[in-house]
Design a binder for this molecule. Structure first.
Ligand code: MLT
Length: 264
């Protein structure tokens, strides 16, 4: 369904009933990356998977935006859907937005899942890469992000064993609106550093890494988990960056066990 918030239409899929669980996707993806989580959890939870502004079926920003805008959209969405409190999960870029949400409205969240993400802001080199990506997106369209990301999302072995997954990902990433991805690249490039936030996180937190993730490697994730009081940290073997889709059984098991403790 489409929800009118903050002057735009945001697409959101809602499945199941129970404690709300909001899952925020990564770049350059949309809510479909959470399909297997929504299916597995919707018999006990109200699983809410939005398309972030400018991605998937949500409206594209007409001016440049900061990363905080994505967080403001989620808070407005919660208000619109009458959700006072929810469990929150963020994958990669979705994790950056989860940090912004925890900064803005920590009282609205029951628990936090950080998958394949990092708290540090971009350094000089990473910023430059994002600006180059924005130019490539402008020149070549969504294929620029698809071609850069696909080899990093799943391992070569998974690609051989599950060619249909690689095909689906290629299709999803290639169909994103390039302008939306440009806005996302620049918003990520100039996002706040969230390292100082970690010590203040007071909700139960689950941190999930992929053993072979080249974007947010396990040592980066472990360092982050160590700074969040009581966080549990898990590495999924033989997985790259996109753990929810590459290893859904392992990911869902961790998620379900965690949610049972959060919402009991
Ligand atoms: C993502 O998966 O969302 C991206 O890898 C995030 C990033 O580029 O920092």
């Amino acid at each position: 369904m489409k929800v009118n918030i903050n002057g735009i239409h945001l697409f959101v899929e809602e499945k199941g009933q129970g404690t709300p669980l909001i899952l925020l996707h990564g770049f350059p993806l949309d809510h479909r990356m959470w399909r297997l989580q929504a299916e597995a959890l919707s018999n006990g939870y109200r699983v809410i998977t939005p398309d972030l502004r400018g991605m998937g079926q949500s409206d594209i920003p007409v001016t440049n935006i900061a990363l905080d805008q994505y967080a403001d959209d989620i808070l407005a969405l919660m208000d619109k859907m009458n959700i006072q409190k929810a469990a929150l999960g963020g994958f990669s870029m979705g994790g950056y937005i989860a940090f912004a949400l925890l900064r803005k409205a920590p009282e609205r969240f029951l628990g936090l899942v950080l998958a394949n993400t990092r708290p540090e802001a971009d350094g000089q080199e990473a910023r430059k890469n994002r600006m180059n990506m924005a130019v490539s997106l402008y020149d070549k369209g969504a294929a620029a992000a698809r071609d850069a990301m696909l080899p990093k999302l799943i391992t070569e072995q998974t690609k051989q064993e599950q060619p249909q997954l690689a095909g689906e990902l290629s299709e999803i990433m290639g169909s994103m609106p390039p302008e939306g991805l440009i806005h996302a690249s620049l918003a990520m490039a100039f996002r706040d550093d969230s390292v100082d936030l970690l010590a203040s996180i007071a909700v139960p937190t689950l941190v999930i890494a992929g053993e072979q993730d080249p974007i947010t490697p396990p040592d980066v994730m472990k360092k982050m988990a160590d700074q969040i009081k009581g966080a549990s940290y898990h590495v999924i073997p033989a997985a790259s960056h996109l753990t929810p889709q590459e290893k859904p059984e392992a990911f869902n098991k961790l998620l379900l066990e965690f949610l049972q403790t959060v919402t009991a």
